[in-house]
Design a protein around this ligand. Structure first.
Ligand code: PNS
Length: 193
């Protein structure tokens, strides 16, 4: 089975990579899809995020990196994929993921304009009718890491270092090694210095 792993990946963290590696063992093929959201101002462009993911998954043969815009269910349909993978670190993540999974299922089911036969299958419960979401629990070592946290610390560490030669620079830089790959750390540094 091919599964879609969508996200902002701004930037990709070791937590994302853990999910990708574990997903690659569970599923035949993973399409990691970077959301291009024109209404948001990301730190990294889509091209940069795709690049860092490509570097991150080098050597994992069944992982493909792509980007998308618009509705996730539309993109899944375009790719011919009916299953989405998302990671959960906490109950707070569940509170975000569960409604999204239900909405994606509902949107895709309606969008598929279920035929009478398919509608009957819904009643008997033996046929998948919409996009399904599989939630994979993040490994405990990465459960506290988020892209937002990485951006915040990088901005404080590198941003301050540039403006005031902050003495926190070395400390912040070292911290990032535990959260992101060296390539991503370099890209973060280049954004600020
Ligand atoms: O890494 P993120 O930001 O938590 O990922 C969220 C993402 C990109 C998976 C989600 O916001 C998404 O797919 N957005 C695309 C628009 C969409 O389909 N929205 C409806 C979801 S109910």
């Amino acid at each position: 089975m091919t599964i879609l792993f969508p996200g902002s990946f701004d930037p990709v963290t070791l937590g994302h990579l853990d999910l990708i590696k574990r997903g690659a063992q569970l599923f035949d093929h993973i399409i990691v899809a970077v959301l291009h959201n024109p209404t948001k101002q990301p730190l990294f462009t889509v091209q940069e995020r795709v690049k860092m993911l490509q570097i991150a998954v080098e050597g994992i043969p069944n992982v493909q990196i792509e980007s998308y815009s618009g509705l996730l269910v539309e993109y899944a349909k375009k790719q011919g994929v009916s299953c989405v993978l998302r990671g959960v670190r906490s109950t707070a993540d569940c509170a975000y993921e569960i409604p999204m999974a239900i909405a994606n299922h509902q949107i895709s089911t309606n969008a598929n304009a279920i035929s009478k036969n398919e509608a009957e299958n819904v009643l008997t419960g033996y046929k998948l009718t919409g996009i399904e979401t599989i939630l994979l629990i993040t490994s405990p070592a990465y459960a506290h890491i988020s892209a937002g946290l990485v951006r915040e610390v990088a901005a404080a560490g590198y941003g301050n270092a540039k403006s005031s030669n902050s003495i926190n620079f070395a400390f912040d830089d070292k911290i990032l090694d535990q959260w992101v790959l060296p390539t991503v750390k370099d890209m973060l540094r280049n954004k600020y210095l």
